[in-house]
Write a protein that binds this ligand. Structure first.
Ligand code: ATP
Ligand code: MG
Length: 380
């Protein structure tokens, strides 16, 4: 991020910021706008709040419209802008001044990753949180994934609506079959691409985890609902692409038909996938969600984010922008030090770090200039 122009995003008012190429540490007390600043930057990557806030919440309380514009250098320099009007609920996105772009075509221009304290929820939350993580990483980094995801969601919603269209009793099989070609095609693609990503990056994840923890280990495993041996089976081998997977999905839809029509929902498919995070300690390998300590979960979440950053680095051939929101909070000194070293070693890309105290700026080998933020106003 070279230049960022803000207008009425949250409490940030009207400001123009020029970021040093190596990045900056933004220091400020609680509730001054540190996370808001990172949220604004990442909005230009994903066109939504990384905190899960709705667009209506992002415009300053006293305003209806917010605008953000940012320029990145990187391998493909671009100026990305976004605006939202609370009254009309309309969102507009432009890339290099071109307003004809669809949002889906403008995604991922920055190549940024957010590290947030709430990431612990990536590991402690339900499977849906991790599917969302996979969906974001793959939508921003794999051609065709977002289209498959949109097609899958559309056909799944239509099949489910058809299942519920009967008046209490089971609906005729022909009511749902029109949606199943699209469902099977897009669902098989999602399964295949998720499996491919996990097998390509699982070792990196483990290496990041071990480096930060300095002791115990962890792995990620993909548990596709469409695993050949059934949904409870592990698929440690990547799931085959192509017709075998599609046929398997069709068979599962047939098998589940009675249940599906009874409950009015589709039981088989990648909307039931799990990305299992397993920590290994003395006692063996156990799911981090249920058995991990707070520190182990946070470490696993950091390792997932570092893996996301590595995906961007490989995919775009450029360093990702790291948006680090107080990431050292709650790590013990050893882990915090090793994480800082890892961030410094991994790449030399831009780091935009927020911390409550200047003493918390710990990036060995790197001295970031300090900015201060108070009531949303940023000053060098
Ligand atoms: P912490 O260190 O506690 O995480 P922070 O500096 O990250 O704090 P932010 O979450 O960035 O704090 O900002 C919170 C502030 O932004 C709050 O004071 C809140 O009232 C204000 N705020 C949030 N949304 C809006 C909005 N739409 N308009 C104006 N102010 C807002
Ligand atoms: Mg914050």
């Amino acid at each position: 991020m070279r230049k960022l122009e803000l207008r009425h995003f949250r409490n940030l008012g009207i400001q123009e910021l020029h970021f040093p190429p190596e990045g900056v540490a933004v220091v400020g007390d609680n509730a001054q706008g540190k996370t808001n600043l990172l949220e604004a930057i990442y909005y230009l990557e994903s066109f939504r709040s990384f905190r899960g806030a709705g667009d209506v919440e992002l415009a300053a309380f006293s305003e209806d419209v917010f605008h953000i514009r940012g320029s990145v250098d990187g391998s493909e320099p671009a100026t990305v802008a976004a605006g939202f009007d609370r009254k009309t609920r309309s969102k507009k996105v432009t890339v290099d001044g071109n307003d004809a772009v669809r949002i889906s075509a403008a995604l991922g221009r920055l190549g940024a990753v957010v590290f947030s304290p709430s990431d612990a929820g990536l590991v402690s939350g339900g499977p849906g949180v991790r599917r969302r993580f996979l969906d974001i990483v793959l939508s921003l980094n794999r051609r065709g994934y977002l289209e498959a995801l949109q097609e899958y969601r559309r056909t799944l919603a239509q099949r489910n609506a058809a299942l519920r269209a009967g008046s209490g009793g089971p609906v005729p099989r022909e009511w749902t079959s029109p949606w199943e070609d699209g469902l099977v095609e897009s669902g098989a693609r999602l399964t295949h691409m998720r499996g491919e990503w996990v097998s390509a990056w699982a070792e990196h994840f483990t290496r990041y985890y071990e480096t930060i923890s300095g002791g115990d280990s962890a792995t990620v495993r993909y548990r596709p609902n469409l695993a050949p041996g059934g949904p409870r089976d592990g698929a440690d081998e990547p799931v085959s692409a192509g017709s075998a997977l599609r046929e398997h999905f069709r068979d599962r839809l047939d098998e589940c038909w009675e249940r599906d029509s009874r409950v009015g929902g589709t039981g088989a498919g990648p909307h039931r996938d799990e990305l299992l995070v397993v920590v290994s300690t003395g006692g063996g390998a156990l799911p981090a969600r249920a058995y991990g300590s707070g520190g182990q979960r946070r470490t696993a979440a950091l390792a997932l984010r570092l893996t996301e950053a590595a995906t961007i680095r490989q995919q775009r051939g450029a360093e990702p922008i790291l948006l680090v929101d107080d990431a050292f909070a709650e790590l013990d000194a050893g882990r915090a030090g090793r994480l800082a070293r890892l961030l410094a070693e991994e790449g030399t890309g831009q780091v935009i770090l927020t911390v409550p105290r200047e003493a918390d700026v710990r990036l060995p080998g790197r001295s970031l200039p300090c900015w201060h933020i108070r009531k949303g106003v940023i000053a060098a």
